[in-house]
Ligand binder design. Sequence first.
Ligand code: DER
Length: 236
Amino acid sequence: DAIEQSKRLAAYQAVDNHVLPEHKVIGIGSGSTVPYVVERIIAQGKEVNKGRVFIPTGFQSKQLIVDGGLTLGDVDQYPTIDVTIDGADEVDHALNCVKGGGACHLREKVLAEAAITFVLVADHRKNVQYLGTNFAQGVPIEVVPFAYAKVLQNLHHALGSPKATLRMAVKKAGPVVSDNGNFIIDAPFGREHMNDPYTIMARIKMLTGVVEVGLFCKMARAAYFGNADGSVTIRW
Ligand code: DER
């Protein structure tokens, strides 16, 4: 369908522009857009991929690498990554983005930071002026289970997100559990906070019990958005 096609377009162009023959250590993000990233890298051929290692950002990401016949690497062994490509839930005018829709943003942020070049790929729905425009469920926050109620209380009463909720699982009783064994809180914030995502990210991060915040501020080198008309918008 049109959305899948726009994800594929964005992923293909990002790989063509940023995954170059000299790149040997490649970070693979999570979500429904990155399978097209792996597809395009595999299409670069066995020869160039033989000398590469691919670092996953979670279980799904690891499965993509293994199922694609690519060599798995670990960030312990490769703390510096040539290029990481990942999806996003929303990307604003300054390339700040909301991530964590798939509950993977902790390892994603580690690989985003470890990368010399970090690139976002998404369909046009993610291309917004301000965060919170389309992705209404809010900022994903990974928290240690022991502290989730306290963090919720702080978000409700101190940080201005009265509608913050613990993310409940659909095909499992109880809350979603991340690949790291933690819970996810989704915290919606209004425009007054999203004008300056860095500040609200720092304030959330300081709450005791918070492991990582799904706001990636000033980390991406570029963002590729597939459009419904078959074009790709690139923002630097
Ligand atoms: O969970 C995540 O951070 C994913 O990267 C998410 O932000 C993008 O997922 P999508 O490509 O399926 O929209």
